[in-house]
Design a protein around this ligand. Structure first.
Ligand SMILES: CC(C)(COP(=O)(O)OP(=O)(O)OC[C@H]1O[C@@H](n2cnc3c(N)ncnc32)[C@H](O)[C@@H]1OP(=O)(O)O)[C@@H](O)C(=O)NCCC(=O)NCCS
Length: 156
């Protein structure tokens, strides 16, 4: 359990593992963030049951403000999704979740984080660049026709 306070932006969130009781709320946020591009719900059940996954939520009082999920294999953890509820954006929650994911990867002796982000997703791109991620390659049509992605990585 981890509590982080950001006085300047007045957000206090608690970082905790996601549990089965959070899945309805988590899935609502996934739909709010990605609409028709949302992962199917079974992916979240898979993440919960997979011992190699890192699946964390940021809790503000009794509300899930955001979550991050990914899977670690041998020497790399891949971030599948990072979502912050609209009302909580630009208050540092995404950064806090990313830092918590990285800490958890290190606990598992994994030092490389990989992710994909749509080239038009300025908010996410800025966040990752600010947090020290580097773009490694362009993935053409990764999200569908003419929807390219960058692959980015960070060595912890
Ligand atoms: C991307 C996302 C997770 C960012 O979460 P957040 O909690 O708002 O991010 P933070 O408050 O920690 O922002 C950290 C930095 O990211 C950048 N950033 C965040 N939102 C931004 C925006 N709307 N426009 C430009 N830069 C932005 C800024 O550099 C910001 O630092 P600053 O506020 O000091 O300028 C959030 O916008 C989101 O959930 N988007 C929809 C889902 C999504 O696209 N997820 C990423 C999938 S790869």
């Amino acid at each position: 359990m981890q509590e982080i306070k950001d006085e300047q932006k007045t957000v206090t969130v608690m970082i905790l593992p996601v549990t089965v009781d959070d899945l309805d709320e988590i899935y609502k946020i996934e739909l709010e963030c990605f609409g028709g591009d949302a992962y199917p719900r079974f992916i979240f059940n898979y993440l919960l049951s997979n011992p190699n996954s890192i699946f964390l939520k940021a809790l503000k009082e009794d509300q899930v403000a955001g979550f991050i999920a990914g899977v670690c294999r041998t020497d790399t953890c891949t971030i599948y999704t990072l979502n912050v509820k609209k009302d909580f954006r630009r208050k540092g929650v995404g950064s806090i979740l990313l830092e918590a994911f990285e800490k958890e990867a290190l606990k598992r002796n994994v030092r490389k984080i990989v992710l994909q982000v749509e080239v038009t997703n300025t908010a996410a791109l800025n966040l990752y660049l600010k947090k020290g991620y580097q773009i490694s390659r362009l993935l053409k049509d990764y999200y569908g026709w003419r929807r390219d992605a960058y692959e980015a990585f960070k060595i912890l």
